[in-house]
Ligand binder design. Sequence first.
Ligand SMILES: [Zn+2]
Length: 149
Amino acid sequence: MIKYLLGCPSGHEFESWFRASADYDAQASAGEISCPLCGSLDISKQPMAPSIVTKTSVAPRQTNANTNAIPMQSGDAKVALEALRAIKKSIFENSEDVGTRFAEEARKIHFGEAEERHIRGTSTLEEAQSLSEEGVPFGILPALPEDLN
Ligand SMILES: [Zn+2]
């Protein structure tokens, strides 16, 4: 929510709340905002630092370009990181670490030359490219901050 101090040509001032600055723009240009004192539709924003109220929950943010002015909530990145950690943990618990033999093993499994199972490991960029060219399914896990230690 964003609060604007609005004014009409007669010098009346009033405050109004909008979901985003874009909502003010849309309503003002559609003539939906009128002065509560004289009914004038010629409303303009008065110079005032807008008050912004943001929720601290992790509800999906609107992709309205005009909400960019709202500061990024630090909680979002943390929640995303936690989700990523959980996914990685589940993969680590349910797969066999084949280390640098990853590409070789993935290929063997794909072509039925090795027992079908979940594996994890590392591969070079070249190996990853040839795997995808051969149609071997695999995923790349993004590095977490702790992996870089
Ligand atoms: Zn007025």
